[in-house]
Design a protein around this ligand. Structure first.
Ligand SMILES: Nc1nc2c(ncn2[C@@H]2O[C@H](COP(=O)(O)OP(=O)(O)OP(=O)(O)O)[C@@H](O)[C@H]2O)c(=O)[nH]1
Ligand SMILES: [Mg+2]
Length: 288
């Protein structure tokens, strides 16, 4: 469906994106504590600070960027970060090039964090642990995702959704990067997820997402590799989070080589899809 706002709150930016609500969404009136207030502030169930109506504090937004040998790309990404982002965490995966130097040169206040294990999944989990914003956005460092899209994700978090994922395969989205093989693999995995988890999501393996940090425990992330994106989506579905998709255009990696191995990582994603069927969900935040 196309919607400009959920709950009638004032959007931060990016109004008018084509959005589909997904999964088994709880009606808004089932959880009044999460409803955006008229001024767009976000009372949240657990830890969110109480804000006075007279002087609402701005919502903190953390951007987590995993990067491994992206020296030639990271500057392009960081110089486009929109003002709505309060904190940028670069999670370095032991880059052997000048990724960190380039990042600090482009954005002096960037927080560089070193991951404590291998893989993109480990990097993201490390970044999420260090993030302090109420809202967390994740995106890649290779220039394949445009920071200009970040406000679209925040718009839907601002308006009642808990987890917002980019989709290359809904109207307005696309990919200038994906190969025919990867497209076929994505489609096969997506079809399996749609059937096994009774969902209508349109993209599974895409690393441009955003969520409310208060739900990090519900996402219960454990993956070390690229399968973390699938794990996030499946755990969000199983936990009953309110999920929205926004269209996203995947650009070609600007420079350098992919870290992804189509067959090895595809098999890891499939394994997550199958294993998650057997694992019980974390307690739904809606059942409290
Ligand atoms: N910190 C960290 N970042 C990683 C690691 N592996 C990949 N990344 C980053 O994760 C993001 C996605 O990795 P890519 O290699 O671009 O994978 P991909 O987007 O599936 O592949 P392409 O479409 O070919 O670019 C990039 O920003 C990488 O630098 C890792 O082990 N540690
Ligand atoms: Mg990439």
């Amino acid at each position: 469906m196309t919607t400009s706002a959920v709950g009638g709150a004032t959007p931060r930016a990016g109004n008018g994106a084509d959005v589909r609500t997904l999964g088994d969404l709880t009606p808004r009136n089932g959880s009044p504590s999460l409803a955006p207030s008229a001024n767009g502030a976000h009372p949240s169930p657990d830890a969110a600070p109480v804000r006075s109506a007279a002087a609402p504090a701005p919502v903190g937004v953390s951007l987590v960027i995993p990067a491994r040998n992206e020296a030639r790309n990271i500057g392009w990404v960081l110089e486009q970060i929109p003002d709505c982002v309060d904190e940028v965490l670069l999670v370095d995966g032991g880059s052997r090039d000048s990724t960190v130097l380039m990042a600090e040169r482009t954005l002096p206040h960037v927080r560089v964090v070193t991951q404590d294990g291998p893989g993109k999944g480990n990097a993201l989990r490390t970044g999420f642990r260090h993030a302090t914003g109420e809202l967390v956005v994740m995106m890649d460092a290779d220039g394949s995702m445009s920071p200009a899209e970040i406000p679209h994700y925040l718009h839907f978090l601002d308006n009642g959704y808990d987890f917002v994922k980019g989709s290359r395969f809904i109207a307005g989205g696309g990919s200038l990067d994906i190969t025919a093989l990867r497209r076929a693999g994505n489609l096969a995995l997506l079809t399996a997820v749609r059937s096994l988890y009774h969902t209508t999501i349109t993209d599974l393996c895409y690393g441009f997402c955003a969520f409310r940090r208060v739900f990090l425990d519900h996402l219960d992330l454990r993956s070390d590799g690229f399968e973390i994106e699938t794990e996030m989506v499946l755990h969000a579905l199983k936990a009953g989070l309110r999920i929205a998709e926004v269209p996203s255009l995947e650009l070609p990696r600007r420079s350098g080589r992919s870290n992804l191995h189509t067959f090895r990582d595809g098999a890891r994603v499939l394994n997550v899809v199958l294993q998650e069927r057997k694992r019980p969900a974390t307690q739904s935040p809606r059942s409290r």
